[in-house]
Design a protein around this ligand. Structure first.
Ligand SMILES: *Cc1c(COP(=O)(O)O)cnc(C)c1O
Length: 309
């Protein structure tokens, strides 16, 4: 199972040279930044644990990765979702379907009589966690300190690659959800190699939300990554023509990117270039390609005609 030491490719977008760290080439069931964030759970023994508990979107990459983790470890996965959309239960696809195939127990909180208006996090903390050592709870998207060792390994790989390339400075660019990956990378580089810095953009919930997420993991703002603002406010999971155009443009790199995070990541990077940014960039490919199975048909239905699809 390949869980570290991914290659770095050199691609061009227009006249701009970009290095791409191919974490999409980690193991297919345990890929991208979720493999990095959950590496701690794979690398360590948890002899008492029987039940893994998580929550998030029924389409989330983390649902699939947690399912794979539970299966490998022989644990049961209880994954709570706020509600299950009908289109998904009628036509299971993408991460949802793959997680089911791995045996995940996906629980629709909107059908629970004892919900009492609680969100997933509060419901789990108040109604599910018993304090027993048999339970292991992972907050949404792996936003917790357990994610740090796996991301530290990623930082080491990037720092030694940069050294081997003889680069004097480097910016690592990645789009953020919870910001866990970006934050722990930035922290690592401050000690490993301060000539490497992290730039990111907020794909979920806007710049202020991302700053809050950073603060929950690290109080010292001097250790936070730089947030590149988007040209306008985009809503997570919604379809945008600019996103689909960007995704098509990325085909010229010969690498497939995903449709939730990467389009905004590259749009923001392009904006930086337009504003004169010229440092060497390594874009972190964080996987998530299974999600394209559900996103691509939606995009094709909405905008396919524009692209002759
Ligand atoms: C989960 C995920 C992200 C967001 O990662 P965070 O550490 O939560 O910021 C970005 N891209 C892909 C493909 C993901 O699966």
């Amino acid at each position: 199972m390949k869980l570290s030491h991914t290659q770095v490719d050199t691609v061009y977008l227009g006249q701009h040279k970009v290095y791409v760290k191919r974490d999409d080439l980690l193991h297919p069931e345990f890929s991208g930044n979720k493999a990095r964030k959950f590496a701690y759970f794979l690398d360590n023994d948890f002899p008492l644990v029987k039940q893994l508990i998580g929550y998030g979107s029924p389409q989330a990459n983390s649902l699939y990765s947690l399912s794979a983790l539970a299966k490998l470890k022989g644990w049961r996965l209880d994954f709570y979702v706020d509600h299950l959309p009908h289109y998904l239960t009628a036509n299971p696809c993408g991460n949802y379907r793959a997680a089911q195939a791995l045996g995940a127990n996906i629980i629709d909180l909107s059908r629970r009589a004892d919900r009492d208006g609680l969100d997933c996090d509060s419901y789990i903390r108040q109604r599910v966690l018993t304090g027993s050592d048999e339970q292991l709870f992972v907050p949404e998207g792996g936003r917790c300190a357990f994610a740090e060792p796996g991301v530290a390994q990623l930082a080491k790989e990037i720092a030694s690659w940069k050294y081997a390339e003889g680069l004097t400075e480097l910016v690592v660019f990645l789009p953020s959800g919870t910001g866990t990956t970006a934050l722990y990378l930035q922290k690592q580089f401050l000690t490993l190699d301060p000539s490497i810095s992290v730039m990111t953009c907020a794909v979920v919930g806007g710049d202020d939300y991302l700053r809050k997420q950073f603060l929950e993991l690290e109080e010292d703002e001097a250790l936070h990554p730089q947030i590149v603002p988007a040209a306008k406010r985009y809503h997570f999971g919604k379809l945008y023509l600019e996103y689909y155009q960007m995704w098509h443009e990325l085909k010229s790199t010969g690498i497939e990117f995903e449709l939730l995070y990467d389009p905004l990541g590259w749009l923001c990077l392009k904006r930086c270039w337009q504003q004169g940014f010229s440092k060497p960039v390594l874009y972190l490919h964080q996987g998530g390609l299974l999600g394209n199975h559900s996103m691509l048909p939606r995009y094709q239905r909405k905008y396919g005609a524009i692209f002759g699809e």
